[in-house]
Design a protein around this ligand. Sequence first.
Ligand SMILES: [Zn+2]
Length: 211
Amino acid sequence: MLEEKKKDLLDTCRKMEELDLVVGSSGNVSVRDGDHVVISPSSVHYTEMSLDDVMIIDMEGKVVEGHRNPSIEVQMHLEIYRNREDVGAIVHTHSVYASALAVLGEPLPPIIDEVVPKTGGEVRVAEYAMPGTSELGVNVSKALDGRSAVLLANHGAVCVGKTLKNALRLSVLLERACKIYHLAKQVGTPNLLPEDVVEDEMDLWDLMKDH
Ligand SMILES: [Zn+2]
């Protein structure tokens, strides 16, 4: 079942590695279809992953199809879907610059015009919790409120979107913005966007989040 979504998911996983957002089998991806979630398997390297490895679960995390274990972060994915009707897909990466900010516990402030309408404003850092725990899901959902991206303390980043394509594109954009912020900080004090501009761009996010 859900063959198209499984193909999209596999494709997203492979691109995520090609784009250097993850290595090996780290990070994870899911896409929602009604009461079902198509999710990447646990501990399968992206280069070796096939359609057969992709898992389908229900909203309680019960396996509906597939012979692997669902991603270790299944609780985090489900918690996000439960809290956000607008979210259709989730991409969790361990990209370098976003993870570095997450290690510092520093949010990504609104510094670039092309980013704010896509993230929804400052990208917060979710409070630390062990990978794979429900607590991580709760912390991530809380920090993701009114946003499409979040940093996970000492861990990585999560981007959400209506589609897998949007969530992956945002992961690339977030990593780029985190890199710009790091570089700017190395030579001076980054200027933030004017507050009224940020408010307008946050309104844009609100208008576009369902598309
Ligand atoms: Zn992770």
